[in-house]
Design a protein around this ligand. Structure first.
Ligand SMILES: [Mg+2]
Length: 163
């Protein structure tokens, strides 16, 4: 169970503060893309995300993007944000988290993963030794595979909310 429990829950990434990171004891963020920073496969960046990234960069937070999506999707998006990236990451496999931490020049223990999926972003981050921050997805996906995952997440989310 504990591998599915995030260290912190926020509605949207832009609600995460430097004080949150200090409490978690981390200096960097490993950011999921789809449904964390924008809608699934959506090329545009919300102004609130841009402003939040600038604010975090301004207080010395190191950030990189880690996505299971293809480089063709992730590279132009990460370039817009001015962030390094790892695509095709196979989360919840842990290798991508270590590679992303390396991009930041940090040990994985000094990073927190930010993502919208318990069974990929959060479980992988926890297993890799990172801290984990769960955000609500921008929108529910229509593809059956995602809908199944969301349905499976529901009992886990209820248990997290009870804490
Ligand atoms: Mg996602």
């Amino acid at each position: 169970m504990s591998v599915f429990v995030p260290n912190l829950c926020r509605k949207k990434a832009w609600e995460i503060t430097r004080a949150d990171l200090d409490r978690l004891g981390v200096e960097g963020l490993i950011l999921d893309v789809d449904n964390t920073l924008t809608r699934h496969n959506h090329p545009d960046v919300d102004e609130k995300i841009t402003a939040w990234l600038e604010e975090m960069k301004g207080c010395g937070v190191k950030m990189a993007v880690l996505s299971n999506n293809s480089a063709a999707r992730v590279a132009p998006f990460a370039a817009k944000l001015g962030l390094a990236f790892e695509a095709g990451a196979f989360k919840p496999m842990t290798g991508g988290y270590h590679r992303a931490a390396k991009l930041l020049g940090l040990s994985v223990e000094k990073t927190a993963v930010v993502g919208d999926q318990i069974f990929t972003d959060i479980a992988g981050g926890n297993r890799a030794g990172a801290k984990s921050i769960l955000v609500e997805p921008f929108e529910m996906e229509r593809h059956w595979g995602f809908r199944l995952k969301r349905w499976l997440e529901r009992p886990v989310l209820r248990r997290i909310q009870k804490r």
